[in-house]
Design a protein around this ligand. Structure first.
Ligand SMILES: *Cc1c(COP(=O)(O)O)cnc(C)c1O
Length: 393
């Protein structure tokens, strides 16, 4: 058994690293150029081409990218930002970092995405509480949100749209890729996302001015990057920037990972289809679709909701799977407004965002990553069949 072998366990995610990454990391380490180098530029160029945008700005994480996408627009105290009630905490925190107030909007039970029907009411609330500046759209588990409806509401409200594309690389809406559907898109390269840079993120945009600001703000607010100075110390500090750069080791890993992405996506799609097929005969579970309306998923994972005929609790199903060596994940264990920080700060209460609360309480995310094959999917399917067969009405 090698160090990477999990034996019979089916893990939720596993970084797919081999000699390709090792060779490039070694190249960075021996070069002595650990930041401000060509790997970051190469990774940005390759990523921009993949998504089909004019600009891609590498940052230290998706969270940093979300923060900068708001900060670069001058979002600050007195402003409000709409955030889906079911998302990774980073989407809400990005608004908080700016001193703005996140105003939550409930989701569509069919997709987990922000519900355009409920958006006008959230806009009205956001305007009562401050100046509405942005709508954060999170493509839930990689399935793009209903962008036509959202962009229409945003335009009428004078708000920009920022996409949280952390799980949505290569996902499409009307044939266009996630990351091109709003003012800016923010991607994550955390270890269990579609590709990894260890930690890292990317902001995509077609707006040249925004890209310029993002480049300044990821590096302290210097007006000139290191390579643009004709003599040492030739710079001014023109903004409150951060140290949010991606380093060269991370970028080198990203270059190697991007070259493997087509193969990863093929396996994800195949695993997703196999697991959907395997679960079709399991009663007590309803799976989320890989496509809905004009949206096609990036196949991050397969999410399934326990239906009322299932007599086991979500936690019991998860525990039974764990005991059979099958690792699952929850997206997310609670709706964001009900976590202590937000509940205490803004007085959110149970029942305010009922769909987000129901999805958080009753869904399980199953792995479909490229570290797994269709035999693994069959095993997940039969395990669920056994666990649920005896316990459904
Ligand atoms: C992972 C994730 C983030 C955070 O990404 P980091 O790169 O870890 O900062 C944000 N939003 C969503 C939807 C995520 O899945």
């Amino acid at each position: 058994m090698s160090a990477h072998d999990d034996g019979n366990r089916i893990t939720f995610g596993r970084p797919m690293l081999d000699d390709a990454e090792s060779a490039l990391i070694q190249q960075v380490l021996s070069s002595g150029r650990l930041v401000h180098g060509s790997f970051t530029k190469d990774f940005e160029a390759a990523f921009a081409a993949r998504v089909g945008v004019a600009h891609a700005v590498a940052v230290s994480s998706c969270t940093a990218g979300l923060h900068l996408a708001l900060h670069a627009q001058g979002v600050g105290p007195g402003d409000t930002v709409i955030v889906p009630a079911l998302t990774h905490v980073a989407t809400g925190h990005a608004a908080e970092y700016c001193g703005a107030r996140p105003v939550f909007c409930d989701i569509d039970p069919a997709t987990g995405n922000i519900d355009p029907v409920k958006l006008p009411e959230a806009v009205a609330r956001a305007r009562q509480l401050g100046r509405l500046r942005a709508i954060m759209v999170v493509h839930f588990l990689g399935l793009p949100a209903d962008m036509a409806a959202i962009n229409e509401v945003a335009a009428a409200a004078g708000a920009t749209v920022i996409e949280d594309c952390a799980l949505a690389i290569d996902a499409t809406y009307e044939g266009r890729k996630a990351g091109t559907l709003g003012l800016a898109g923010c991607f994550s390269f955390y270890p269990v996302k579609h590709i990894t840079t260890i930690e890292g993120g990317m902001v995509t945009t077609d707006d040249a001015d925004l890209a310029h600001s993002l480049r300044q703000l990821r590096a302290f607010g210097y007006d000139k990057a290191l390579g643009e100075r004709s003599k040492p110390g030739q710079y001014d500090i023109v903004a409150l920037g951060y140290n949010y750069r991606m380093n060269e080791v991370e970028a080198a890993v990203g270059v190697a990972q991007l070259a493997k992405l087509d193969a990863f996506q093929e396996k994800r799609a195949r695993n997703f289809a196999a697991l959907t097929h395997a679960l079709a005969s399991v009663s007590g579970l309803a799976t989320y679709p890989a496509a809905h309306g004009k949206s096609v998923s990036s196949h991050y994972c397969l999410n399934a909701m326990l239906t009322p005929e299932c007599r086991l609790s979500r936690d019991e199903v998860v525990a039974a799977l764990t005991s059979r060596g099958i690792e699952t994940s929850l997206h997310y264990p609670g709706s964001l407004p009900l976590f202590s920080y937000y509940a205490k700060k803004y007085g959110h209460r149970v029942g305010e965002f009922p769909v987000a609360e129901r999805v958080a309480a009753n869904t399980i995310s199953f792995p479909v990553g490229p570290h797994l094959d269709t035999d693994n999917m069959s095993r997940v399917g039969s395990a669920l069949f056994d666990i649920l067969a005896a316990r459904t009405a």
